[in-house]
Design a protein around this ligand. Structure first.
Ligand SMILES: Nc1nc2c(ncn2[C@@H]2O[C@H](COP(=O)(O)OP(=O)(O)OP(=O)(O)O)[C@@H](O)[C@H]2O)c(=O)[nH]1
Ligand SMILES: [Zn+2]
Length: 366
């Protein structure tokens, strides 16, 4: 009985009840080779957090990897298990094997409170994120909480400026574009001026992202876990955050950047869907140089016709979702749409015009 009284779950860390039906958050930890991802995981596992965390290391040798190392932290104790995946890595056969593996794991081990997934250094975290995100709607046991990108303070800029063959995306830039949180690690190895330059570059790619600086990936856990970056729990915070975002000036040649705009009024959901699909799926919109705008990450707070509440827009690569937030438009509050796009070849003015023309046909006027 004293066991029950002293159960750490009695400490109210989050509002959501962690009953058997509660979904488990997944945080994706990404970042270029050697940036400090594993160091971060180890740090998190050994910190005091009252959570039972399952870690999935998505590190695998070429071709042969049929088993994945899995470290599970329980009551501060760390032990390892082998989690078998039938068809190779979590990342390349994500949809079926990755999720199944986690579900099997949860069946076997009972419940976890949290899952951390480290991708390989060259992975596209968007592909991994998409898998969890889509599946959450299908009644999965897990939901995507956030994408954390660890950046090497010393080599980060070099990785970001590496020339890629025409048409290919710089992986390091993509990892930053997709991040909800970036951790610039190994600050012991650089001077303040280098750090500033790196910060500026990170900011120019992703004007929404939070930036932390660390040594040995030592962070405050509350800054990393339970970010709710993809759900409407973040709605109010997102509204405030979007208001502060500014279109960024590109730092690197052909670089990724953030653009944002605001359009007053309420829009038709159908026309909005058409606009988003043309942007994300058809890649219809071109910049001044005639290159197709490519959006990797998309966020917005929108005012839809016939909806009393604010609607959140989220997108990763070609997936997107419109979801009502719990927040009502207040009586005096001007209805408006605020959108933020992170990607390549983006031109804010052109995209704003395209948005306005897409959502303003006569049906859209209230
Ligand atoms: N100087 C310094 N070294 C660090 C710091 N953090 C981590 N390292 C070292 O950097 C190396 C790489 O760290 P990892 O945590 O393995 O990096 P990773 O991102 O998991 O690497 P991969 O999985 O191989 O892509 C290790 O030798 C760490 O000890 C830091 O803040 N300063
Ligand atoms: Zn690692």
């Amino acid at each position: 009985m004293e066991d029950e009284d002293e159960c750490p779950e009695l400490v109210p860390i989050k509002e959501k009840p962690s009953g058997p039906t509660a979904q488990i958050p997944v945080t994706i930890i990404t970042g270029y080779l050697g940036a400090g991802k594993t160091t971060l995981l180890n740090y998190i596992l050994t910190e005091q957090h009252n959570k039972r965390i399952a870690v999935i290391l998505n590190e695998f040798g070429e071709g042969s990897a049929l088993e994945k190392s899995l470290a599970v932290s329980q009551a501060g104790e760390l032990y390892e298990e082998w989690l078998e995946l039938r068809n190779g890595c979590l990342c390349c056969s994500v949809k079926d094997n990755g999720l199944k593996a986690i579900e099997n794991l949860m069946e076997k081990k009972g419940k976890f409170d949290y899952i951390l997934l480290e991708t390989t250094g060259l992975a596209d975290p968007g592909a991994v994120a998409s898998m969890f995100w889509v599946d959450a709607e299908l009644g999965s046991d897990v939901y995507l909480d956030g994408i954390v990108t660890v950046i090497d303070a010393k080599y980060g800029l070099q990785h970001l400026t590496e020339e890629k063959p025409e048409g290919l995306i710089n992986e390091a830039a993509r990892q930053i574009a997709l991040a909800d949180l970036t951790i610039i690690n190994k600050t012991d190895l650089v001077h303040e001026t280098e750090l500033l330059k790196l910060r500026d570059t990170v900011r120019s790619i992703n004007a929404l992202v939070k930036i932390l600086e660390t040594q040995k990936s030592r962070v405050d856990l509350s800054e990393v876990l339970d970010l709710h970056s993809f759900d409407t729990k973040d709605g109010e915070r997102l509204t405030k955050k979007l208001q502060l975002v500014k279109t960024s000036q590109p730092h690197l040649d052909k670089s990724m950047l953030t653009i944002t705009f605001e359009v007053p009024g309420s829009v038709s959901e159908d026309l909005l869907n058409i606009f988003i699909q043309e942007l994300l799926w058809e890649k219809t919109f071109k910049n001044k140089a005639g290159l197709p705008m490519t959006v990797i990450r998309l966020k917005g707070i929108l005012s839809l016709q016939q909806k009393q509440k604010k609607v959140m827009l989220q997108g990763v690569h070609e997936l997107y979702e419109l979801e009502e937030t719990p927040e009502f438009w207040a009586d005096q509050e001007p209805r408006l749409n605020r959108l933020v796009f992170i990607g390549r070849n983006l031109d804010g003015e052109i995209l704003k015009k395209e948005f306005i023309s897409a959502v303003s046909n006569k049906d859209s006027v209230e």
